[in-house]
Design a protein around this ligand. Structure first.
Ligand code: SF4
Length: 313
């Protein structure tokens, strides 16, 4: 493992400047000596479907939608963003619950999405779910969105048993192919331990993503949540998580790798955040205590952003 770690960090050094990015979007209060949030409304997540979702994924049960601002269909997305912009919001994550097909129903809002971009100049990251129609990739591109985040699952068993979705790994591959072919800036996500805390399709997802020119890869870790079928499940083993970081660095040597905000807290977080820095990861959301000192001790200059790591800066 030490040899793998050293190899990974050497690859990082060879491909990136000696800087590391730290993200603290205003979704939760975050204050450390080196970094205090100044504009908690700078980046906000919007759910196009409110708290509604046709899938009841075992790890989520719609809970991911709770901290998002629910769209009021009567008001409309543009008018909603106009109000947010007046309050200081610069970037939005546009997401929502899925249809039974695993797709987030964003097409009926595509004109508003274009106006939010063109008239308000907001940065827009879409979290789409599966994208299986070419027309949708074309529409996203012409709307001018800054990036597309999409959770990639590398196992048919996980798609069926966790997401209860009648889809296959090939559908995720096709989504990446369509979005990439139409020049969308991709920020795919991998959830480590998605299959009840166990590694099942993570490396297959990594291999799939590595085929495409992506803006960045965002790695998150299962957080077993209350009122979900995974409450009480152990998150994945930190050694397995660390190894994944090292191998992801080697597999995608010149792609920005980010650790997203979803990961277990406490000692677990300290261990995996440390492994992330040592693996040569480029950015971490809400870094654990001591991680900035560690980064500096490894010759990495920290920069701070009140944005989501999916924004990248
Ligand atoms: S589709 Fe998304 S919002 Fe719906 S339950 Fe699954 S993870 Fe949660």
């Amino acid at each position: 493992m030490d040899a793998l770690k050293a190899q990974a960090f050497a690859v990082r050094r060879a491909n990136f400047p000696d800087e590391i990015k730290f993200f603290a979007p205003g979704l939760k209060h975050y204050a450390i000596p080196e970094f205090e949030q100044k504009n908690p409304l700078a980046f906000l997540p919007i759910s196009l479907t409110g708290s509604a979702c046709a899938l009841d994924c075992d790890h989520c049960n719609k809970k991911i939608l709770e901290p998002m601002i629910p769209l009021d269909p009567k008001e409309g997305l543009f008018s909603m963003c106009e109000k947010l912009a007046k309050k200081g919001t610069e970037s939005v994550l546009i997401s929502g619950g899925s249809k039974k097909t695993g797709e987030v129903p964003f097409m009926k809002h595509i004109d508003d999405i274009r106006r939010v971009k063109e008239e308000l100049g907001m940065r827009i990251i879409m979290h789409t779910g599966l994208v299986l129609k070419e027309s949708e990739a074309i529409a996203l591109k012409s709307a001018g969105v800054d990036g597309v985040a999409i959770d990639i699952i590398g196992s048919n068993d996980t798609i069926k048993e966790v997401y209860h979705l009648d889809a296959t790994v090939e559908d995720y591959d096709r989504s990446l192919a369509l979005l990439s072919a139409h020049g969308l800036s991709l920020r795919p996500h991998i959830i480590l331990g998605l299959h009840y805390g166990k590694f099942v399709g993570e490396y297959a997802a990594l291999d799939m993503i590595a085929k495409y020119p992506v803006h960045s890869l965002v790695i998150v870790i299962l957080v077993p949540m209350h009122e979900t079928n995974m409450w009480g499940v152990d998150p994945p083993d930190t050694a397995e998580v660390s190894e994944f970081f090292f191998r992801a660095r080697l597999k995608m040597p010149d792609t920005y790798l980010m650790i997203g905000c979803a990961r277990p807290l406490g000692e677990y977080k300290k261990i995996v955040d440390r492994a992330a820095v040592e693996a040569g990861i480029n950015g971490i959301a809400y870094p654990a205590e001591g991680i900035i000192e560690l980064s500096e001790s490894m010759g990495l200059h920290p920069t701070f952003f009140e944005n989501s790591c999916s924004c990248g800066s």
